[in-house]
Structures are given as structure tokens and as C-alpha cells.
Ligand binder design. Structure first.
Ligand code: PLP
Length: 512
């Protein structure tokens, strides 16, 4: 079999073009406004685009994962002004192919292991397509009842699959609406921010505005940067970043947390918000949610649990122990758009009591009035406008079913264990944290941080796979995040082989 070249892009494999070889004519305009692309020309273009997408997925494995372009390369081949008149779809689609595709990182390659996965699946793509096709804006129940009602149902479905406590669900077993419930947001970053705003609304109720200068929030040094960003955006005056260490597996130490809260209370400050993470971004560490929850209740802080990547693992009974104590949280979020086959963006957050959230975010002018007894999700988020995101999640949950989804997560957890076992067998490497939720962290044993960085850069240059490094307690470690739509055992085995071969090529010369 011919070995595909990782250097020859644009690839002839994708040579078909988006126009399906047909000329899509531009209509001459007359009296009424006419769109350059009407229904019939859309029909032609869209069908050939679907063919293009199928070809892409048939061949993405053979494309170099990382684009090797330099900054400005794409801009330099694009005109600096938009066209004054309509351009033909043929020309647009061939420019997409020739000028845009070379700069695309192939996140859906089975050999993409960087960051956390960005989920894809065909039912999800269909859901996104349909959501764009309908292009409704579901900010109020009345602005598109199906968008709101489907969201309530589907987010409850996912909450039940994950074993979330009843209090987090919108509708109880008798069909009654409770105080809690979930909603789909764009990202975990937005979830963390709205949870913070809800926490602030709760603690500030009945207090003078000047008390906002005393607010403190708490998280560990392993919390995602978006947590700190939420504090920046919300102008939180005091932020306590608690240190973690290797010996405790990079998870939050409750004694440090409680000591910090006590110290701040004694100094006249107002602790109000803490974030625990299940599956930190660097190493998939798990904070002790139960102990944090007990502290949160004792000192009346809001506990938000960030399970952006790993939260969906709660659909696996054998992973539930990581979620112990989640019933003590005030809010919990996870991103189906990372590991659960639902295309970006789709991040779900559940609240035990959504009233403080609505108190923080409701502001209803006459033109945005809804029906009093319905969910109006504009009051659960920062933007007014919102896409029909629940559609793609609904398609995924139905087209896969709970068991196939469990199988998908288990598959990746197994792949990470396979990589860790391979790494442990090669005495040049060490595994830096226990493999968890599909993530493996490793480094060159007894070598400098620079050596591990150089290894990963040389490896990524091959184009055959892509991974990133992170910092764990001053050590540079490489991360292999399994979770891709198409990743199989043969991919991770080949990847590990290539990492070993790259290390041999780089470091086999005797050191002085
Ligand atoms: C990826 C990640 C985030 C950020 O997710 P977005 O949806 O991109 O905002 C936050 N927290 C953790 C733990 C993550 O892994």
C-alpha cells in the first residue's frame, strides 16, 4: 500500500471540490430582491458539500494533523476587501479548498491528541445543520417553543444518565418543576462565569453594594484558566489560588482551603465562591468534591464543579466514585462538546436552585416579555440570543443510546491505559500522573524539561499525530488525550511507536 505523503497538501484525495463539478449559475436580478444562491442552487451545492464531507472523513486519517503554515500565510492569499458583487459558488468553493483547507488543524483526525477532544459525530453534525437551517432564536419560550422544551427534556436526560441528584433536574419524578434545572451554554467558561454571578447574587442579597469589595473566591492552581478569567470578568476583588502537589495527585487539599477561608473571614473578607474540578486540564486530577462541599456548606460558599471534559464520565457506573459529593454542589457543568460526540458548542450546566442565577441575569424589557409560567432561557445566561443547541444533543443521545455512549467513553479510557502500559514498558519514559478519563501524561525519565519539549516538537513535525505539553509542578510533561471520534487502538499504538522512534533519533547519540 502506498504511504500517503504528509507534505502534499492540498491533497488530491480531497480534489473533488465543493461544487460537485457542476456550474452553479448566478441569477440576474429583476424587480424583487433575488438572492445569488436560491433554493435550487443551494440544493446542488449542499449535496456536493455533503459528498465532500464524506470524502473528508474517509481520508482525514492520511492528512498531516497539524497545519505547517506560518502566521499571515492565509491572509496573504486573500483579498483585502470583500467583493463588490456576487461571486460564483464554484470560485468560492475552490478557494475554500485551496486557500483555507491548508491552514486547518485536523481536530477530527484519529491521531489528534492535543488539548481535549472536540467532539464530532454524524448525528451531531445533522443536528447542527438542522439548527442552522431553522435558524430560530430561542431566548424565550414563545420565540420558539420547541427550542426551549427540547432543551429542558434533553438536559434532564443527560443529568439522569450521569446520576445527578434529583435536585439538579428541572422536572421531578411526578412531572413537577423544581427549583433546579439545567441549561445549554456555549462553553465551560461561560458556565463558570454564570455560576459565579449566581453565587454573587445569592450572597449579596440584602447587603450593601460596598460589600462587593470584600468578596473572595477559591480554586486550586490546577483549575482551568477560564475560572480565573471568570473572576476577572466579574471583577472579583480577591482570588485565592490554592497550591497542589505531586504527592496528592494535584487535587485540592481541603485543609488548605478551609484554612484560607478562615483566614479571610478573620480579615473581614467575604468568601462566596469556590470551584472544584473533576478532570483538570493538565492531568485529569479530581478535587475532593465531598470535602469541598462540606466546607462550602459550613461557611456558606457556592460550590461550582467544573467537569468540562471528564464530567460526562459520570454516565459510567465504574467512574461514579470520582463524583462523590456532587450532591453538595450548587452547580455542575460538563461539555458534551469535548468527549460526548456532540459538536462544538454544547456545554451543559445544572443548578440545585436556579433562583439566584435568574436573579443575577433577568432583566426584561417590554419587547422580551415571555409567558410567566415557561422557561425563558435568556434569564439563565449572559446573551439574550441563543441557538437551538439541544437539537444536536438530542440527535446524539437518540442515535447512539446510553449503552453506545458508555462504550465510546470506555473505549478511550482503555486506549489511555494501553498507552500508559506502553510508556511504562519503555525505561526511557515515566508516566507522570495516573491515566484517567482518557488522558495520559508522560515525560522523558531523568532528562530536562527542554528534552521532553524537543521530543514533542520533533514528533509533531512529522504531521502524523499531534499532542501538546503542559507543566506539572515545574516538570514539562506531554499529554495524550484520547477521545477522538475515529481513534482506535491501532492509532495509539502507532503513535507510541513513533514517539519512541523520535526519541531514538533525537537522543541515541551518547551524551558527553
Ligand atoms: C476545556 C476546559 C475548560 C474550558 O472549556 P470551554 O468550554 O472551552 O470554555 C474549563 N475547564 C476544564 C476543566 C476544561 O478541561
Amino acid at each position: 500500500m502506498a504511504v500517503p505523503s504528509y507534505r502534499s497538501f492540498p491533497s488530491p484525495l480531497l480534489g473533488m471540490g465543493l461544487n460537485g463539478g457542476q456550474n452553479v449559475p448566478i441569477k440576474e436580478s429583476s424587480g424583487d430582491y433575488e438572492h445569488p444562491m436560491d433554493v435550487e442552487s443551494f440544493r446542488v451545492a449542499a449535496k456536493s458539500m455533503i459528498d465532500w464531507i464524506c470524502d473528508y472523513y474517509d481520508n482525514v486519517e492520511s492528512l498531516p494533523v497539524r497545519s505547517e503554515l506560518s502566521v499571515g500565510d492565509i491572509r496573504s492569499v486573500l483579498p483585502s476587501e470583500a467583493p463588490t458583487g456576487p461571486e460564483s459558488w464554484n470560485k468560492i468553493s475552490s478557494d475554500f479548498q485551496e486557500k483555507i483547507m491548508p491552514g486547518v488543524m485536523h481536530w477530527q483526525s484519529p491521531n489528534f491528541y492535543a488539548y481535549f477532544p472536540s467532539a464530532f459525530s454524524f448525528p451531531s453534525l445533522l443536528g447542527d445543520l438542522m439548527s442552522s437551517a431553522l435558524s430560530v432564536n430561542g431566548f424565550l419560550w414563545v420565540s420558539s417553543p420547541a427550542a426551549t422544551e427540547l432543551e429542558t427534556v434533553v438536559v434532564d436526560w443527560l443529568g439522569k444518565m450521569m446520576g445527578l441528584p434529583q435536585a439538579f433536574l428541572a422536572i421531578d419524578s411526578e412531572g413537577k418543576r423544581g427549583k433546579g434545572g439545567g441549561v445549554v451554554q456555549t462553553t465551560a467558561s461561560e458556565c463558570t462565569l454564570v455560576a459565579l454571578l449566581a453565587a454573587r447574587a445569592r450572597i449579596m442579597e440584602g447587603r450593601p453594594l460596598s460589600d462587593t469589595s470584600r468578596l473572595v473566591c477559591y480554586f486550586s492552581d490546577q483549575a482551568h484558566s477560564s475560572v480565573r478569567k471568570a473572576c476577572m470578568v466579574a471583577v472579583t476583588p480577591h482570588v485565592r489560588v490554592l497550591p497542589t502537589c505531586h504527592s496528592t495527585g494535584f487535587s485540592m487539599e481541603p485543609a488548605l482551603l478551609e484554612a484560607a477561608i478562615k483566614e479571610d473571614l478573620a480579615a473581614g473578607l467575604l468568601p462566596f465562591y469556590m470551584v472544584g474540578t473533576i478532570g483538570t486540564t493538565s492531568s485529569c486530577a479530581v478535587d475532593p468534591i465531598g470535602e469541598m462541599g462540606a466546607i462550602a456548606q459550613k461557611y456558606k460558599l457556592w460550590l461550582h464543579v467544573d467537569g468540562a471534559h471528564a464530567g460526562v464520565a459520570a454516565i459510567l457506573p465504574e467512574q461514579r466514585h470520582h463524583f462523590a459529593g456532587v450532591e453538595l454542589a450548587d452547580s455542575f457543568n460538563t461539555n458534551p462538546h469535548k468527549w460526548l460526540l456532540t459538536t462544538f458548542d454544547c456545554s451543559c450546566i445544572w443548578f440545585r436552585d436556579a433562583d439566584p442565577l435568574k436573579a443575577a441575569l433577568s432583566l426584561t424589557p417590554a419587547y422580551l416579555r415571555g409567558k410567566g409560567n415557561a422557561y425563558d432561557y435568556q434569564n439563565w445566561e449572559i446573551p439574550v440570543g441563543r441557538r437551538f443547541r439541544s437539537l444536536k444533543l438530542w440527535f446524539v443521545l437518540r442515535a447512539y443510546g446510553q449503552e453506545k455512549l458508555q462504550g465510546f467513553l470506555r473505549h478511550h479510557i482503555r486506549l489511555a491505559e494501553t498507552v500508559a502500559a506502553l510508556a511504562r514498558k519503555d525505561e526511557r519514559f515515566e508516566v507522570s500522573a495516573p491515566p484517567r478519563f482518557g488522558l495520559v501524561c508522560f515525560r522523558l525519565k531523568g532528562r530536562s524539561n527542554e528534552d521532553t519539549s524537543a521530543l514533542i516538537e520533533a514528533f509533531n513535525k512529522t504531521g502524523k499525530a499531534f499532542l501538546i505539553t503542559t507543566d506539572l509542578a515545574g516538570q514539562t510533561v506531554a499529554r495524550i488525550a484520547c477521545g477522538g471520534f475515529m481513534t482506535q487502538e491501532r492509532h495509539v499504538r502507532a503513535t507510541w511507536q513513533l514517539i519512541g522512534d523520535t526519541a531514538t533519533a533525537l537522543f541515541s547519540a551518547p551524551e558527553e
